[in-house]
Design a protein around this ligand. Sequence first.
Ligand code: NAP
Length: 294
Amino acid sequence: MSAETIKVLVTGASGQLGRALFDTLPPGVEWLKPERRLDITDRAAVMRVVADLKPALIINAAAYTAVDKAETDAAGAYLVNQTGALNMAIATQETGARMAHISTDFIFNGRSSVPYQTDDAPDPLSVYGDSKLKGEQAVRSVLGEQALIVRTAWVHYPAGNNFVRTMTRIMRVREEVRVVADQIGSPTDAGGLAKALWALTVQGATGSYHWTDAGVASWYDFAQAIRELGAKARPQDRWARVTPIRSEDYPTPAKRPHYSVLDKSKAWNLIGAGSHWRESIELRIEDYLDPASG
Ligand SMILES: NC(=O)c1ccc[n+]([C@@H]2O[C@H](COP(=O)([O-])OP(=O)(O)OC[C@H]3O[C@@H](n4cnc5c(N)ncnc54)[C@H](OP(=O)(O)O)[C@@H]3O)[C@@H](O)[C@H]2O)c1
């Protein structure tokens, strides 16, 4: 980005990533605020708001993220994640803006045992994963490789409802918390993701990138780290023991990949690596433990 102000429109501004993007807004970037929440599924409203506000950059952080609910509400998931993404891409193209779009590790089937490259073949296991894949394809169908598509995973932020929030709550009221140990991925602080998105857009990156915190974990490892860091910060609280279980012992409506670690080297070569996921939790743990937060 040059010294002149860049106007940015972020959809999904009330979500975890939207809040984190606002909290990490770099100098020289102007945050455009539509009069009311822009429903990305409403093509006419999208076209009107984008034409009025004239953003130079659109970041589509809006999404239908209820992974299990999507299994019985496929129409709702595709409407937001596919049609909504398409609408944002069309508005981007018609106004000559640039677009960054966010996608997910859930586009992969998890049968790999090495980190997924950006050009590995997708094969989603769930409605949510498929709707997000269709969203990527919709964006590319309009903007081609000019769009920046960043896939991420296991996102948490103190402003949102997420695994860290749930664990820090239930671990202090239960004796035992059972957590699946056979799904491996990378927890990701939305603040680090937001900074990466700003850095990538500043560099003018286009095409597909992966971004998560560094390091890998099972949900069980993730829970253990939350417990350790939480107990260190609040030793006076009672903390549940964490027991590893298999996915089949915790059935959910949506199937999830067993292994969804993303290879970040393309992004790391351009903007450097992010924090290790455990450092991110250490940084944020007080915000999760503070009853006034969230
Ligand atoms: N959370 C994760 O673990 C995770 C993992 C991988 C990828 N991702 C991707 O990362 C991105 C950000 O996720 P997040 O964690 O920030 O999600 P989030 O906290 O659930 O926020 C989603 C946002 O989208 C908005 N939204 C939903 N439907 C909309 C619509 N029709 N029009 C406009 N806004 C709409 C929501 O607003 P309302 O609340 O007002 O509806 C909310 O602000 C998404 O693309 C998601 O697919 C997330």
